[in-house]
Design a protein. Structure first.
Length: 350
């Protein structure tokens, strides 16, 4: 192969790489709109629990959560056929570039008997091939996915209450969007979408029992049970166990009124939700329960007892850092129950 031919091949290869670079910029700019819109939806989802006057229109909370999740899923999973064709074309062009480089290097190896030159050429070709293969498989491959381009959680991660990256608060979202349905004396706990890895505990109080009830203090905090016993009292919801009743909520049968000893028409229900993201309690008040035992109840308040997030502004995170700095000789203090339960879950792989 003559020097002129090698020069021509290098010029063609340079043009190919320039075109691929421009194509990559074009794809990134087209993906950026979807990434930004997905981020706005994500922010809207996880700021919803802290919205002012959240419980004024209680039925709209679940509808809003469902609508935003569905919209996020459509954007994240959208497959733009045109962009995929462009990316595939770029990958094929880069493969052709690999063939050009390999041909040139093999020709130079034949023309240069020096062992040192051969080693340098082979090392250079190997490094170049590694970089290009990485670009083809990783960079261009990830451009096909909106979640990878924007480093956004997938839909499966978004539904997972044990997923800790991105400081997601699925556990709080599940609490505010939950509802109770009493049907034929059975108590069902419903969610607008099938959250994963939720652990639930329900406590019921009659009016005469909760005259002095303080919403900021859970029955869990006053319990004399061991941590293991308290953790075992939570029921982990199975995605295969939910039912569809007369609406589109995912309902789980929790208990029945007779086994809970309900004797009146009004009572308070506290639902504690636990996951590796934290411990959140939602409170429901049922009044004027009719004889047919058919009632739909929405939460009127929620309390974040512990949120497992990493933030310099979060009190729980700051407090944990202070404890770590104090060392093993720090004085004994009362540990937050939610954090203790999560540590026990991690230790036992619960």
């Amino acid at each position: 192969m003559s020097d002129e031919t090698i020069g021509l091949l290098l010029a063609i290869n340079s043009g190919i790489l320039s075109v691929v670079g421009l194509i990559t910029i074009f794809i990134s700019m087209n993906s950026q709109h979807s990434v930004q819109y997905s981020r706005e939806i994500l922010w809207g989802i996880f700021t919803l629990p802290y919205k002012k006057n959240l419980f004024l229109d209680k039925q709209a909370i679940g509808q809003e959560v469902f609508r935003k999740f569905i919209l996020y899923e459509q954007i994240i999973k959208d497959k733009n056929a045109f962009l995929i064709k462009i990316i595939t074309f770029s990958q094929m062009v880069l493969t052709f570039s690999i063939i050009i480089w390999t041909t040139i290097v093999l020709n130079l190896l034949i023309r240069n008997p020096s062992l040192a030159d051969k080693i340098i050429l082979l090392l250079g070709l190997s490094l170049a091939l590694c970089f290009i293969f990485y670009f083809i498989l990783k960079i261009l491959g990830d451009l096909k996915s909106v979640s990878k381009v924007g480093q956004l959680p997938t839909v499966e991660e978004l539904l997972n209450a044990d997923f800790l990256a991105n400081n997601l608060n699925v556990i709080t979202l599940a609490a505010v969007s939950a509802r109770l349905k009493i049907l034929d004396s059975n108590i069902y706990l419903g969610f607008p979408i099938p959250f994963k890895n939720l652990r639930v505990k329900i406590a019921l109080q009659q009016p005469q029992e909760n005259e002095n009830h303080d919403p900021a203090n859970s029955n869990l905090n006053r319990s004399s049970q061991t941590l293991t016993a308290q953790l075992n009292s939570f029921r982990k919801l199975d995605l295969n166990d939910f039912k569809l009743l007369d609406d589109d909520y995912c309902y789980y049968l929790m208990s029945d009124l007779h086994s809970l000893g309900v004797s009146g028409t009004s009572f308070l229900v506290t639902v504690d939700l636990l996951s590796r993201q934290g411990l959140v309690a939602a409170e429901f008040y049922c009044e004027s329960l009719t004889n047919n035992h058919h009632k739909l109840i929405f939460p009127y308040s929620f309390v974040e007892r512990f949120i497992n997030r990493q933030s310099d502004l979060d009190p729980f995170s700051r407090y944990q850092k202070n404890l770590e700095k104090a060392g093993p000789d720090r004085p004994a203090e009362k540990t937050n129950l939610g954090r203790s339960l999560i540590e026990l879950m991690d230790a036992d792989q619960y």
